[in-house]
Write a protein that binds this ligand. Structure first.
Ligand code: ZN
Length: 497
């Protein structure tokens, strides 16, 4: 591909030409979920966004090492250093071991992502499996003078760091503004400044998930896990760091500070953030009653849902918006997405079987030929412009129109070359299936078709049309089924042979 890929970098706040640094592979780290609840639309958007980025880079022949973590310890309720550990709280509530909570919700998350055809990352590390690495980096940050121990906990010294580096480089926040938004310390506080964040927390006796450390028994802070795991699998500096926009501050800001302080390196060259999903214009939240899990979307079992929506409809819905724009969920939007998805699949079905087949001597029409070439190129244009799947899908729809025209009138092949037709076909199939990850879903009303065939079988029997009877029986057999003739009715069963 001669066109260059440009990506929007949250760190520089502009689009930059993509030039990877961590050869021989592109290193990509994405913050995965804290596994204490069922997978929802927000999880789906982040996972699908970075799945398409992973797929597109692979399609462009980059070798990608894609690391997406699972947070199973250290993420406190307030996203800061107060409150209970989210997983420990859920474990108490459900009377489970914390690791049972982790297993249950990790498995939900992976199952639902699989339904959405999200490919698995190359490595999926968990925070609790990397305690020594987190202790090690914490030690390095202390040694470098940017963290201090206090009553068995270790805090990152934001003020000290800000003297020589800029805390707030990613989020655009300024220390003075941040300070004015915090409470003053009351003297009892373990921290030197309210902006300081925990690298290691002292565990109270009733705290369940805890480990030994040089500072006593405790558990890691939330931000340090991503620094430890990205560093372990991708090195001190890698290409892409991604996650939801809600992680930009403080999580990613803290990750940068930790890496710069402890590893002497800005961790990632490009920082990418996907925007949030709103529900009927409102932020999604349990207290608002508009929290919809993926399970509920696929089953339709939620007060806000007029019907169920298939995984591919959800995937299409997410991809028809650029990942950096907000996306509003509504039944109307989902119905429109379902229509759009089917339109694309109808094009796909025709094109898969379609071959270049002129009906007469080929007389290239330059206008037709150029139009086709331009149309094919514009499918890549969207993805190359900061992974804009919305533009790529709009271009694929133009191709669908062209496919229908060719399908209805073969003589149009006479005016275009085989090369440009094949390029269009290749582009459409690979972008739709391999990059956007949109696959054909089986029609879900097989029962209706089976009923219809049985009706037909009954009629054939009445007419003693044995040829027809045999043919229908063989169709059932081919599907591993058999027709059961009973005295007063006809039914089918699985063939037991
Ligand atoms: Zn993270």
């Amino acid at each position: 591909m001669s066109v260059e890929l440009r990506v929007y970098n949250s760190l520089s706040r502009k689009k930059e030409v993509f030039e990877p640094i961590s050869a021989p592979y592109v290193g990509m780290y994405v913050c995965g979920p804290t596994v204490y609840g069922e997978a929802h639309l927000g999880h789906a958007r982040s996972a699908i966004t970075f799945d398409v980025i992973f797929r597109f880079l692979s399609h462009l022949d980059y070798k990608v090492r894609y690391v997406r973590n699972i947070t199973d310890v250290g993420h406190l309720e307030q996203d800061a250093d107060d409150g209970e550990d989210k997983i420990a709280k859920k474990a108490k509530l459900e009377k489970l071991e914390p690791m049972e909570v982790v297993k249950r919700y990790t498995s939900y998350y992976q199952t639902y992502l699989r339904k959405l055809n999200v490919s698995e990352p190359s490595i999926e590390p968990v925070a609790s499996g990397h305690i020594p690495e987190q202790i090690q980096i914490t030690r390095q940050i202390i040694d470098a003078g940017f963290a201090y121990e206090s009553k068995g906990s270790v805090y990152f010294d934001v003020m000290k760091y800000n003297e020589s580096h800029r805390y707030g480089a990613l989020s655009g926040r300024v220390i003075d503004d941040l300070m004015s938004g915090t409470r003053t310390l009351d003297g009892q506080d373990e921290k030197r400044s309210p902006l300081d964040f925990a690298l290691w927390k002292n565990a109270s006796p009733e705290h369940i998930m805890k480990w030994n450390s040089p500072w006593g028994i405790g558990f890691p802070g939330w931000h340090i896990e991503c620094t430890a795991m990205s560093n372990k699998y991708l090195g001190t500096r890698f290409d892409i760091h991604g996650g939801g926009l809600d992680l930009l501050f403080p999580h990613h800001e803290c990750e940068i500070a930790q890496s710069v302080a402890g590893l002497k390196s800005q961790p990632a060259k490009y920082w990418l953030h996907n925007n949030m999903i709103t529900i009927n214009g409102q932020k999604m939240g349990k207290s608002l009653g508009n929290f919809i899990t993926l399970d509920q979307l696929f089953s339709g079992d939620h007060a806000l849902l007029e019907k169920s929506y298939s995984p591919m409809t959800i995937r299409f819905f997410i991809l028809q918006a650029h990942y950096r724009s907000t996306l509003d969920f509504s039944n109307e939007a989902l119905v429109a997405a379902s229509k759009g998805y089917k339109k694309l699949m109808n094009g796909l079905r025709i094109l898969r079987k379609m071959e270049y087949a002129p009906t007469d001597a080929v007389m290239i029409d330059d206008k037709q030929e150029q139009e086709l070439i331009k149309m094919t190129a514009s499918c890549y244009g969207g993805l190359n412009d900061d992974f804009n799947t919305a533009i790529t899908i709009a271009s694929l729809f133009n191709v669908v129109k062209k496919i229908h025209t060719l399908h209805q009138n073969n003589s149009l092949f006479n005016s275009i070359t085989k090369e440009s037709f094949d390029a269009m076909k290749r582009t459409f199939l690979s972008l739709t299936n391999d990059v956007l990850g949109l696959l054909e879903e089986e029609p879900n009303n097989n029962e209706v078709i089976i009923e219809g065939l049985l009706e037909w079988y009954k009629l054939a029997k009445e007419n003693k049309d044995y040829e027809q009877i045999d043919r229908i029986r063989s169709w059932f057999k081919a599907c591993g089924m058999q027709i059961k003739d009973m005295k007063t009715s006809i039914d089918w069963a699985y063939e037991e042979a």
